[in-house]
Write a protein of this length. Structure first.
Length: 474
């Protein structure tokens, strides 16, 4: 038997298995990790069951999630280099499980603040989940798998909203909802064991990724300039993008550096600095404006998700339809995430496809701003719900398109680093906003006024990025 033919056969089998099973497992994992019916009712749970005031929840509990995520996400690019993605899924689910334990058993302000920190562990790893598909699937499938994975997460939140609404209407307590959320996260933890493992091979350039048996999962050396079915964002030569090497551990990477003044701890600082200099050098080409667009949009979405229920509670202390609003938001999010996929299925001509995607994303960015303005100025709770749902639809249309475009112009190695760095920058921006507004005990409407300003910056940045893309394709 020809060893080369056998190796190619094994690679094909693994890639086929990943396509048929890997996407299903990843999507199911994403569904259950987001299927937490207690989430829409966290604010009323904390203000009624735990007896905290709305101002305390807004300014003394929720900000700790932002602070925690900023610290944790700083190390995600390093963790993604030295920890296999599958182990990162274990860390994500563990963070969410501990969060549920604290919500169920804790009662002090300190325990609720710590709960937000453990929640930040889970949300900080989310960049790895969204990038994992780029590690195990061919570039030609990026558009489809991006939409499916984002859509699965949105579907999980949608179902949790519907389930939570039904149970609350039937008189089920918020405490029971938290037990159901605990069960769903535990299911995700079990599913993480069955997700195909992909990791970078030690002491080699990042041209292959192997599973636990040493078999090749993806060979990036076979990737050519084809960007698959995502919108092309510039004439970037794939072979010219940086390729890093992977030591066995962070300890090895530190010890490999020459000792200077300060010894070992100085080497740690130098290692971290070198890694981030490498990551942010990815922003120097056409991906810079694209990354900035992603950062601003993600920052806006995180702030909306964190403080929407506070805005509703400020308009009315009746939380009966919080679950419905969340469900509709994520249901429209599923449609929004899959809509670009449908466009790519229908439109086959590459120039027409690129132009169509740019137009759709341009409309989405303006619509996001319009929905935020309505959400901020309205005194009608139903209008606030409607604008929130509209925001969810256009946010998912926009973010999946930008994510896919960034991934299509990067190697699998760089995709993890790039998305993690983007998330860090978005969290840093969110932290600045949170520190300033929380220190002033700002009302929810003030928070949303600032969010509108951020999105107002995002719109021209996107159109500038789109203009650059169009010129690069001429």
């Amino acid at each position: 038997t020809n060893p080369s033919s056998s190796s190619n056969h094994n690679t094909t089998m693994i890639q086929s298995r990943s396509w048929k099973v890997g996407l299903a497992l990843l999507s199911t994992y994403g569904f259950f990790i987001e299927m937490k019916p207690s989430e829409p009712y966290l604010t009323p749970y904390l203000t009624t069951t735990k007896q905290f005031t709305n101002d305390t929840v807004n300014n003394s509990i929720y900000p700790y999630w932002t602070y925690g995520q900023l610290i944790i996400v700083f190390f995600v690019p390093l963790m993604s280099k030295f920890i296999t993605p599958k182990r990162m899924f274990y860390l994500e689910t563990t963070g969410f499980i501990v969060t549920r334990v604290l919500l169920l058993g804790g009662s002090s302000l300190l325990s609720m603040q710590f709960m937000q920190l453990t929640y930040a562990i889970g949300t900080s790893i989310k960049a790895i989940y969204y990038c994992y598909v780029y590690l195990i699937f061919e570039r030609e499938y990026y558009g489809i798998v991006t939409g499916v994975v984002w859509g699965a997460s949105a579907l999980g939140t949608c179902v949790s909203g519907v389930l939570g609404q039904i149970l609350v209407n039937d008189g089920v307590s918020y405490l029971v909802l938290n037990y159901i959320s605990m069960g769903s996260v535990c299911v995700a933890f079990v599913l993480a064991f069955f997700i195909p493992d992909a990791k970078y091979e030690s002491h080699t350039s990042a041209t292959t990724m192997t599973d636990d048996d040493g078999d090749v999962v993806v060979d990036t050396s076979t990737i050519n300039g084809d960007r698959g079915d995502c919108e092309s964002s510039g004439n970037i030569a794939i072979e010219n993008i940086i390729t890093a090497t992977f030591p066995d551990s962070f300890e090895d990477d530190v010890n490999d550096r020459p000792s200077g003044t300060g010894g070992y701890y100085n080497n740690i600082a130098n290692t971290i600095t070198a890694e981030y200099m490498q990551v942010f050098s990815l922003f120097r080409d056409n991906r810079g404006p694209m990354a900035f667009t992603w950062i601003l949009t993600k920052c806006v979405e995180e702030l909306v998700q964190n403080y929407a229920s506070n805005l509703w509670y400020d308009l009315s202390d009746d939380p009966r339809f919080y679950g419905t609003a969340i469900a509709l938001y994520q249901g429209c999010g599923v449609i929004g995430a899959l809509f670009p996929v449908m466009v790519r299925v229908v439109v086959k001509d590459e120039p027409i496809l690129s132009a169509t995607i740019r137009i759709i994303q341009g409309i989405a960015s303006v619509s996001i701003l319009a929905s935020l303005v309505v959400m901020t100025v309205t005194d009608d709770l139903r209008m606030a719900y409607l604008s929130y749902v509209t925001f969810g639809l256009f946010y998912h249309v926009f973010i999946t398109g930008v994510s896919c475009s960034m991934a299509s112009n990067s190697r699998p190695l760089e995709q993890v680093f790039l998305f993690a760095a983007n998330l860090f920058c978005a969290t840093a921006m969110e932290t600045i906003v949170t520190v300033v507004l929380a220190s002033r005990d700002a009302r929810p409407r003030v928070w949303f006024g600032v969010i509108c300003i951020l999105q107002g910056v995002t719109v021209p940045v996107y159109f500038y990025q789109s203009y650059i893309q169009k010129r690069s394709q001429v």
